[in-house]
Design a protein around this ligand. Structure first.
Ligand code: ITT
Length: 199
């Protein structure tokens, strides 16, 4: 069975292939890039869950196949939860990971270690062409480094140090990150739902 990955984010796609395969899903996973004629979804929701559902429904409707979507971001406590759902375009240009990271570090320059708590959040949504929907969420708690470190992963990985770790997410191996990440938790929770509703 074909299962659409309703995302154009290459970092997410790499992680989702590993997470879903490790969880035993044998579906034919096809990214949104395989459907270049389907326009980008306007993320008008105010929560990760709403935006994940918007993306999953749009791709399920347009392709006629079940679709899963990921809406995710970094929530910084001292910034009241920002960048949150605006994580991908915090510095203005959608998907400019380096600019987003640089701006965030500048905003937190004067914030001392104990106040640098944050978490990654991920909403994982499933939508079927008939409109059936489910959404689950996962989080990864940690603190933010003053300077980036590590080359794995994407986005804000070089600055988020998970609780109980001495390394940043970008210094973990991909398998180590997936084992504890917001995305790993959310999509592992979604797998039994996919099995039940998609087969
Ligand atoms: P799609 O909508 O096509 O899925 P996107 O990149 O626009 O791709 P989001 O709106 O969900 O997706 O934004 C997610 C952003 O949050 C992403 O660009 C990163 O900056 C950040 N982010 C999410 N998960 C992350 C992770 O595991 N590690 C580091 N940063 C992450």
């Amino acid at each position: 069975t074909r299962l659409i990955l309703a995302t154009r984010n290459a970092g997410k796609i790499t992680e989702l292939h590993a997470i879903l395969a490790d969880a035993g899903l044998t579906h034919d996973l096809v990214g949104a890039d395989a459907y270049p004629d389907i326009p980008d979804v306007r993320e008008t929701g105010v929560t990760f869950a709403e935006n994940a559902l918007l993306k999953a429904h749009a791709l399920a409707r347009a392709t006629g196949h079940p679709a899963v979507a990921d809406d995710s971001g970094l929530c910084v406590d001292v910034l009241g939860g920002a960048p949150g759902i605006f994580s991908a375009r915090w510095a203005g240009t959608h998907g400019d990971d380096k600019a987003n990271l640089d701006l965030l570090l500048a905003q937190l320059a004067d914030i001392a270690g104990p106040h640098r708590t944050a978490h990654f959040a991920c909403a994982a949504a499933l939508a079927l062409p008939d409109g059936t929907e489910r959404v689950v969420e996962g989080r990864l708690l940690g603190t933010l480094r003053h300077t980036p470190s590590g080359t794995h992963g994407f986005g804000y990985d070089p600055v988020l140090q998970p609780e109980g770790e001495t390394r940043t997410c970008a210094e973990l191996t991909p398998a180590e990150k997936n084992a504890i990440s917001h995305r790993g938790k959310a999509f592992r929770a979604l797998v039994p739902v996919v099995r039940e509703l998609v087969g």
